[in-house]
Every structure is written in structure tokens, then in C-alpha cells.
Design a protein around this ligand. Structure first.
Ligand code: SF4
Ligand code: SF4
Length: 76
């Protein structure tokens, strides 16, 4: 028996300099694993970070809604 697809885990990488801190990705993430950073980036925005809790599914919703294309999604 193979592993069920529901076990597939994902991860994201957020480009801290591209991110403008709009937090749209936070409101759309179904797993609630993105949160604001407390460090300003070079442009003066507060970028967001992935909580490293391992529950990101790699669904890519965050990447799709990000207006800055600052999120890269990895699966598996
Ligand atoms: S890939 Fe999906 S689960 Fe992972 S951070 Fe983005 S929206 Fe959330
Ligand atoms: S949607 Fe994009 S620009 Fe907005 S906070 Fe998330 S990563 Fe940053």
C-alpha cells in the first residue's frame, strides 16, 4: 500500500525583501501557519514568516494570492 496523499507535506519560502507585509497570505492560508515577522526589511515593510510547525500542506494558496509573487512553494 502506498502512502495516502493526505500525508504529503509542504513548505514555503518567503522572499523577505519582495514581501510588502500586506498579510493577504495570512488571511488565505487554511492552516494558519504564516505570521508577521518583527523585523523590517530593507524597504521598511514587516515581511511574513512561515511558522515551522510542519503543518503546511504545500497547497500553494498563499503563493497564488500574493500580489508580490514573494512566495515559493515546495512539496513532499
Ligand atoms: S502552501 Fe498552503 S498551507 Fe502552506 S503556508 Fe501556503 S497557504 Fe498555508
Ligand atoms: S501576500 Fe505576499 S506580499 Fe503580502 S504579506 Fe504575504 S508574502 Fe508578503
Amino acid at each position: 500500500m502506498g502512502k495516502p496523499d493526505t500525508k504529503v507535506k509542504g513548505s514555503i519560502e518567503i522572499d523577505q525583501e519582495l514581501c510588502k507585509g500586506c498579510q493577504i497570505c495570512i488571511s488565505f492560508c487554511p492552516k494558519d501557519v504564516i505570521s508577521p515577522s518583527d523585523r523590517l526589511n530593507a524597504s521598511g515593510y514587516l515581511p511574513v514568516l512561515l511558522d515551522d510547525s510542519g503543518v503546511c500542506t504545500g497547497c500553494a494558496i498563499c503563493a497564488v494570492v500574493c500580489p508580490e509573487v514573494a512566495i515559493e512553494v515546495y512539496r513532499g
